[in-house]
Design a binder for this molecule. Structure first.
Ligand code: THU
Length: 141
């Protein structure tokens, strides 16, 4: 199924939700606050922020939080995801989060990246994670 283009209203709703989540980021070690928001298959928005830990590898990315919120609310598909952060270069999802997203999204799912200025760039998941391993590689359960 081909992804519908993401409307301006949906983009702004994701930006607002991601920014609100980012304000709650717990990032005392990196001081790098990240917010993520995604649209599920029912048009609902779920958001997350990064949650760091004194045991550094136990920290969670913002995308992981947003995906977890979606699944806990009964959502199973990501129609679009937006990530917001501020830094010297444009934030894009880390490799692990690209793979986490792959579980619930299609190759043409839009992934938007934003900073203080607003939405800066759009990718498809396939651009960020080409030739990805996914559930279908496992065959029928
Ligand atoms: N971070 C995210 O939340 N998402 C990403 O895709 C990139 C990195 C967080 C993890 C850590 O808390 C901080 O940014 C610095 O790496």
């Amino acid at each position: 199924m081909t992804q519908m283009p993401l409307g301006e209203d949906a983009q702004q709703a994701l930006l607002q939700a991601a920014r609100a989540a980012r304000r709650n980021a717990y990032a005392p070690y990196s001081h790098f606050a990240v917010g993520a928001a995604l649209l599920d298959e029912q048009g609902r928005v779920h958001a997350g922020c990064n949650v760091e830990n004194a045991a550094y590898p136990q920290g969670l990315c913002a995308e992981a939080g947003a995906l977890s919120a979606m699944v806990a609310a009964g959502g199973r598909r990501v129609a679009a995801l937006l990530l917001v952060g501020e830094g010297p270069s444009l934030l894009t999802p880390c490799g692990g989060c690209r793979q986490k997203l792959r579980e619930f999204a299609a190759p043409d799912t839009p992934v938007l990246v934003a900073d203080a200025q607003g939405i800066r760039q759009g990718f498809t998941l396939a651009q960020l994670l080409p030739h990805a391993f996914g559930p279908e590689h496992l065959g029928p359960a």
